[in-house]
Design a binder for this molecule. Structure first.
Ligand code: TXA
Ligand code: MG
Length: 362
């Protein structure tokens, strides 16, 4: 049976308020935001990875509202965000040694760990699972906000389901205007792609979603780490990746996106020839390139996503560039592959899903 996609009509004024990451200057804003959450409402918050759409994780009604606001299938669980390690005990039934080690090294930060849940976490928050994903962000604004809201915030990325995640408050406004009362504006996020997710409920830790903290960094702490087969691979609609969200089409721009891979010379040549054919057919085409290659493309629209030598720039700009493609109204997009040393797996995981697995080898 297909999971229910909850949709509801929302009509409200959406306010954007700037935060500073300073408890004194943010006091009034945090009080206002915390009250909305405690009353069962939703607020968008910045984190170091992407913006989140926050609700009270321990209130089933709030989680239902999150699914409805995003148009998200109800079997796709939410991450619970905490601000202090001491908050973990109440929401998980046990804390494995592996989690303690990871927390010591990577929390607060862009790492989510999956635990067995305790009874106080509603199934509405975990999409019906008996496990719960938990993350402690490092972003000061999100931490102030979590504390002002009672300590347990369920927050998926703040985009409408299927759209690229939001890296600025303006992107959240594009997707959530009229749907939520408040967006906390913490400026542009730092990392730009979502947290790494690791499942610690099995015998061997398992990477469910790659992120800034990569497999090598996890293995340094944990030893052997399995990789969920769905990562970067072909995910069919009836596959069962351990992170349910990984089976859904995601990040996709409206135009058809193709990844062109191979030696750089050939990639440039191939994209130029495809772009020329498209132009002859009157199709508006764009190329996603890097600073190193952008000048080599003969195409009307060439957007650079970053610099290969500074791979964090590519992660940082990826979702913005995918959103720009919609604003430009292009019908076909060709992108280079970005298999960079540290974050390549995370970047390509997002790009492959955005392209619906359309890859041109050359
Ligand atoms: O960086 C992030 O993680 C951002 C910010 C806002 O913190 N949040 C985020 O949430 O990316 P979302 O909902 O867009 O992605 C959560 C992913 C989904 O793929 C979901 O299926 C998976 O986490 N997930 C959540 N709970 C899980 C669980 N108990 N077991 C396995 N996967 C889980
Ligand atoms: Mg998401």
């Amino acid at each position: 049976m297909l999971p229910e996609i909850v949709s509801e009509k929302f009509e409200m004024e959406t306010e954007i308020i700037k935060a500073y990451g300073d408890p004194e200057r943010d006091a009034a804003l945090m009080e206002k935001a915390g009250k909305i959450i405690k009353d069962g409402g939703l607020v968008a918050m910045p984190t170091e990875t992407v913006y989140g759409l926050a609700g009270d994780a321990l209130n089933p009604g709030s989680s239902k509202k999150i699914y409805a606001a995003k148009g998200r299938p109800s079997d796709n669980p939410l991450i619970v965000h905490i601000a202090e390690l001491s908050a973990l005990d109440r929401i998980v039934s046990d804390i494995p040694e592996s989690a303690r080690k990871l927390a010591e090294k990577f929390w607060p930060g862009p790492l989510t760990m999956v635990f067995r849940k305790s009874d106080i976490v509603p199934l509405e928050t975990t999409g019906g699972l008996d496990t719960v994903a938990v993350r402690m962000p490092v972003n000061e604004i999100s931490r102030e906000f979590i504390l002002a809201s009672g300590g347990y915030i369920a927050a998926p990325s703040a985009n409408r389901s299927g759209r690229p995640s939001c890296t600025t408050a303006e992107h959240v406004m594009e997707d959530m205007n009229g749907v939520i009362p408040l967006i906390i504006d913490g400026g542009e996020v730092g990392i730009g792609i979502e947290s790494t997710i690791v499942d610690l409920t099995g015998e061997t830790p398992c990477l469910l979603r790659p992120g800034y903290i990569n497999l090598e960094m996890l293995s340094e702490v944990l030893g052997k780490v399995d990789v969920d087969p769905s990562i970067g691979g072909v995910v069919s609609p009836d596959a069962h990746p351990k992170a349910p969200g990984m089976k859904y089409k995601h990040y996709a721009p409206k135009g058809e996106l193709y990844i062109v891979k191979g030696p750089q010379e050939k990639v440039v040549e191939k994209i130029n020839s495809l772009a020329q054919e498209n132009r002859a057919r009157g199709e508006k085409t764009a190329v996603i390139a890097t600073d190193e290659t952008r000048h080599r493309y003969k195409c009307d629209i060439v957007e650079t996503v970053g610099t290969r030598d500074k791979e964090e720039t590519i992660a940082h700009n990826l979702f913005r560039v995918l959103r720009d493609m919609d604003d430009l109204g292009v019908s076909t997009i060709y992108t280079e592959e970005f298999n960079t040393p540290v974050m390549g797996m995370a970047i390509m995981n997002r790009l492959i899903r955005a392209a619906g697995h359309k890859i041109i080898d050359c």
